[in-house]
Structures are given as C-alpha cells and as structure tokens.
Ligand binder design. Structure first.
Ligand SMILES: Nc1ncnc2c1ncn2[C@@H]1O[C@H](COP(=O)(O)OP(=O)(O)OP(=O)(O)O)[C@@H](O)[C@H]1O
Ligand SMILES: [Mg+2]
Length: 175
C-alpha cells in the first residue's frame, strides 16, 4: 500500500469577526479536516454556516483566528507572504462563489492571468487558455468581457482560470 499524502490539514480552526467588539462573532468553532491527495471532498451546509469563510482560509485568502493549517507540508501560519503567494499561484485553483472575474477584460485574458503571474510566455499561455476555455465549452465567447456573459458562462471561465497553472488543489465555492 502506498503512503497517503496529506494535502490539507486543519487543526482546531476558529474564525471570529469583530474581535473585541460587542458584536464579536464566531463563525468557525474549531474545525478539524484532513484531505489526502486525490480525494474529492464536498462541504455542505446551510447558507451563512461558514463554508466560504472556511474555503478562504484553505485557499490562504484569509487567516484563521486560531488553529493550525498545514498545506502540503507547509505550515501556513509560519510561512512568508512571498511563499504563500507562490503557493496560491502554483498549487491552488480557486473558483469563487461570485466568480471574481476581472471586469473589462476578455475571458481569454482572465484565464491567462494566473499564467502571466507564473511567468509563462505569451504564446504558451494564450494557447493553454484557449484549450482550457474550449474544454469548458467557451470557445465561441473567448473575446467577451465578463459583463457580456451569462452566469453559467462566467462560472465556466472561472473554472478554466482555476485550472490555468495545473494546480494540485482545486477549491470550488459553488452553489
Ligand atoms: N468579513 C466578515 N465580517 C463579518 N461577518 C462575516 C464576514 N464574512 C462572513 N461573515 C459572516 O459569517 C457567516 C458565514 O458566512 P459565509 O460566507 O462563510 O457563509 P456560507 O456558508 O458560505 O454561506 P452561503 O451558502 O450563503 O454562501 C455569515 O453569517 C456572514 O454574515
Ligand atoms: Mg458561501
């Protein structure tokens, strides 16, 4: 049997907002989660229960108030910002609940952007972005800006963008 490779490990993650204020709010009450390489995990919960809050922590877009987070062997709390942005760019593909596509920028350029940050050359990133957009059935709308796309089309562009740098983790915050 091959050894299991842990990709995501949360230990007792707590997230509070408005800390120290009368309206202090605890959203995550001590989450433990372990996800191994190759696993497909769905997180289900009612609206407002804290799914996006938790995904933002897993995607290193936000920090927990308390608890430990190991991402592919890296202690996120102890890592430098530069290392974290590299991890985000190379290892994590994030499909935002509201897509967060860059406005006034074509679908093609949106998908190219993570590759631009990763230093992929123009020709290669355009080619790959086109392939990814074709894969999600968006070849006919590649030159359209987000505000000229339907909700589902925007979501498909967001999925293609999340896959741009062939990440080892895809976090999809979808309803
Ligand atoms: N930055 C913030 N400041 C204060 N409260 C917040 C903040 N972000 C989220 N919350 C609150 O935390 C709770 C959980 O929000 P979250 O977006 O994580 O829910 P969700 O499970 O993703 O819901 P949905 O299914 O509707 O997307 C909500 O009550 C929300 O109002
Ligand atoms: Mg949400």
């Amino acid at each position: 049997m091959t050894k299991q490779h842990t990709m995501i490990e949360l230990h007792h993650i707590i997230k509070r907002f408005y800390i120290g204020q009368p309206n202090e709010l605890e959203i995550l009450h001590g989450i433990d989660l372990k996800v191994n390489k190759g696993e497909f995990v769905s997180i289900v919960g009612s609206s407002g229960s804290g799914k996006t809050t938790m995904m933002n922590i897993i995607g290193i877009l936000d920090r927990p108030t308390e608890g430990e987070y190991m991402l592919d062997g890296v202690d996120v709390a102890g890592a430098k910002d530069k290392e974290l942005s590299m991890i985000r760019n190379q290892k994590i593909g994030f499909v935002f609940q509201t897509y967060n596509l860059i406005s006034r920028t074509s679908a093609l350029k949106n998908v190219e952007l993570p590759m631009l940050y990763a230093g992929v050359g123009k020709k290669e990133r355009t080619e790959r972005a086109k392939e990814l957009l074709a894969m999600v059935g968006m070849e006919e709308r590649m030159t359209h800006n987000p505000d000229e796309l339907s909700g589902g089309q925007k979501q498909r562009v967001a999925i293609a963008r999340a896959m741009a740098n062939d990440p080892s983790i895809i976090l999809a915050d979808v309803n």
